[in-house]
Design a protein around this ligand. Sequence first.
Ligand SMILES: CC(C)(COP(=O)(O)OP(=O)(O)OC[C@H]1O[C@@H](n2cnc3c(N)ncnc32)[C@H](O)[C@@H]1OP(=O)(O)O)[C@@H](O)C(=O)NCCC(=O)NCCS
Length: 168
Amino acid sequence: MGERNFTPFPVLKTENLTLRQLVSSDAKEIFALRSDSNVNKYLGRKPSQSIDDAKIFIRTINENIKKNNSIYWAITFNDSDKLIGTICLFDFSEDNLKAEIGYELLPDFQGKGIMQEATSKIIEFGIQLLGLNSIEAYTHSENQSSTKLLEKFNFKKHSVDSNNLIMK
Ligand SMILES: CC(C)(COP(=O)(O)OP(=O)(O)OC[C@H]1O[C@@H](n2cnc3c(N)ncnc32)[C@H](O)[C@@H]1OP(=O)(O)O)[C@@H](O)C(=O)NCCC(=O)NCCS
């Protein structure tokens, strides 16, 4: 059985990307992500109202990481510290064998293969370092770019819960 310990924070690198912890100076980009109608389209969440909302969000995320409840990375390019998106693993099962994945990218960076690169690293991390044997994703049934991304990693449509496709 895997054990979760996210301290020290696991910074991960891929060919083009660095996945690092969120810091309060990411608030502007987090606000941009969480208030963008394109990004929020299928996420069914209340849009972020202010930079202060974003700062509170960042603080909450980092508290959850400290408690090993979930793990949430800022996605940046290797040559720039600016946040372009996020990716996370959360809702771990009690036996630590199962978790859910979530991800989002600012619109300017979508459609370039960036999330494929980030997702590949996070799946590797989840399986090899955390010992997961199942990763689930809840994605809106009309969210084609997300569904397509998951299918590239062999996630299969499992069931539908209201508008959410559950993929494993
Ligand atoms: C879902 C989301 C993260 C997908 O991100 P993405 O980076 O665009 O996804 P991918 O990495 O799969 O790249 C997609 C496209 O980039 C293109 N691309 C360009 N260069 C590429 C490269 N070097 N390698 C791979 N693909 C490349 C491909 O054409 C690919 O499109 P295709 O799947 O039709 O072939 C993004 O659309 C998003 O943030 N959506 C809003 C938030 C959201 O809905 N999140 C999901 C919640 S469940």
